[in-house]
Design a protein around this ligand. Structure first.
Ligand code: PLP
Length: 376
């Protein structure tokens, strides 16, 4: 391993058996092909490693956000079809073609840019048309998509493999928005029938759609966060049995006793109201462990939950273990299981008012990833 941090006692452990379990559970529930989403470093789990795992498990399609991520996967030897979900920049189209990456075409202008680049290169582009049904991000509004679909269907240099849209509120099973979006999507897709063009693969469901709205599964689903065993939102229902894939662990690097009245860390924002025991853990916001967890987060040591006290520093933070015991090199679990105690990514994110997505993708390359399992 060329990673200079590889031996660092702070580490992320990735359970590839749990990942395979989640993938299989999703597949058996939906019964349609799966596009496994591995953008943003595989939601913090490792871009290449998670794509390789999906490929071994027979995933039909892989999804990333940016062309650079797709190129990285091709360079690592991934052979499965890869769709880049983000919007394209005209000058980058030749890179998609060179690396056999499928293109999201999200406007008539961009369709023309792809056609021009494909013709110049003498190679047909494989595209998925993006319809906007209410997200107001990228994509042609469903209510004005007829001409767009017609132009794409008439294109010689674009093969329309897919047509898709993105759900804004599917994390919440009670939101009426999802079925409205589905209806708008069906209206747009009807244009293919109207003009006698073959229906491409229709895909709409993100993790929320997979969990809560079977109507949105259509011809393929695009789960991201649930592949990693994490629910998208506190309102989400675990309709599929998921296993967390990622654990974040460190070790106690220092132990001290502080007197009543002593303050801990920068800004002296936390004060001991009695003599207590403080341990230091060598990971901080420089690793993507959020500073917002200052005097707010909790960790597991010797099977007990203890509070983070004072501000989280760039490379370290402190924990009040009260009358508890801890020794240098004791394991500290920040996300994951220790004994009978469990700290989930959902719980950590909720403490600081964010979503598990942001917490996980924020864990950066300074933390080495260790992979186990997945050899079945
Ligand atoms: C990120 C993304 C997904 C996956 O979302 P999850 O909520 O993680 O399942 C699906 N489709 C598109 C277009 C995305 O950008």
């Amino acid at each position: 391993m060329s990673n200079p941090f590889h031996e660092r006692p702070t580490r992320i452990e990735i359970d590839l058996d749990a990942f395979a379990h989640n993938h299989a559970a999703i597949r058996s529930r939906v019964g349609v092909p799966v596009m496994g989403i591995v953008k943003a470093n595989g939601y913090g789990h490792g871009l290449v490693q998670m794509a390789q795992a999906l490929e071994r498990q027979g995933v039909e399609q892989i999804g990333v956000a940016f062309v650079e991520e797709g190129i990285a996967l091709r360079k690592a030897g991934i052979r499965r079809p890869i769709l880049v979900l983000g919007g394209i920049f005209g000058p980058q189209v030749s890179q998609y073609l060179d690396h056999d990456l499928e293109i999201t075409v999200s406007s008539l202008d961009k369709l023309r840019q792809v056609e021009a680049a494909a013709e110049a290169r003498g190679k047909r582009a494989v595209v998925h048309l993006k319809i906007d049904t209410g997200m107001e991000r990228i994509g042609v509004h469903s209510y004005s998509s007829a001409a767009f679909i017609q132009a794409a269907a008439a294109s010689t240099w674009c093969f329309i493999k897919g047509v898709y849209s993105h759900l804004a509120c599917a994390d919440d099973p009670a939101s009426p928005m999802t079925l409205q979006q589905l209806e708008r999507f069906h209206d747009a897709c009807a244009q293919f029938e109207r003009i006698g063009a073959p229906m491409p693969i229709r895909h709409l469901a993100n993790s929320g759609g997979v969990l809560h709205f079977p109507e949105t599964w259509l011809d393929m689903v695009r789960p991201g966060i649930i592949l990693y065993g994490v629910l998208p939102d506190p309102a989400s229902r675990p309709t599929i049995e998921l296993k967390p894939v990622l654990s974040l662990k460190s070790q106690v690097v220092y132990f001290k006793v502080i007197p009543e009245g002593a303050t801990v860390s920068y800004g002296a924002t936390w004060r001991a109201d009695h003599q207590t025991r403080i341990v230091t853990v060598p990971i901080g916001y420089g690793d993507g462990w959020p500073r917002a967890l200052s005097s707010t987060g909790r960790v597991l040591i010797r099977g007990e939950q203890y509070p983070i006290v004072g501000r989280v520093c760039m490379d370290q933070f402190m924990v009040d273990i009260g009358a508890g015991s801890a020794w240098n090199e004791d394991e500290v679990v920040l996300i994951g299981r220790q004994g009978n105690e469990l700290l989930t990514a959902e719980q950590v994110a909720a403490r600081i008012g964010t979503i598990p997505y942001e917490l996980l993708v924020g864990l950066n390359e300074r933390i080495p990833r260790h992979y186990a399992g997945g050899r079945t």
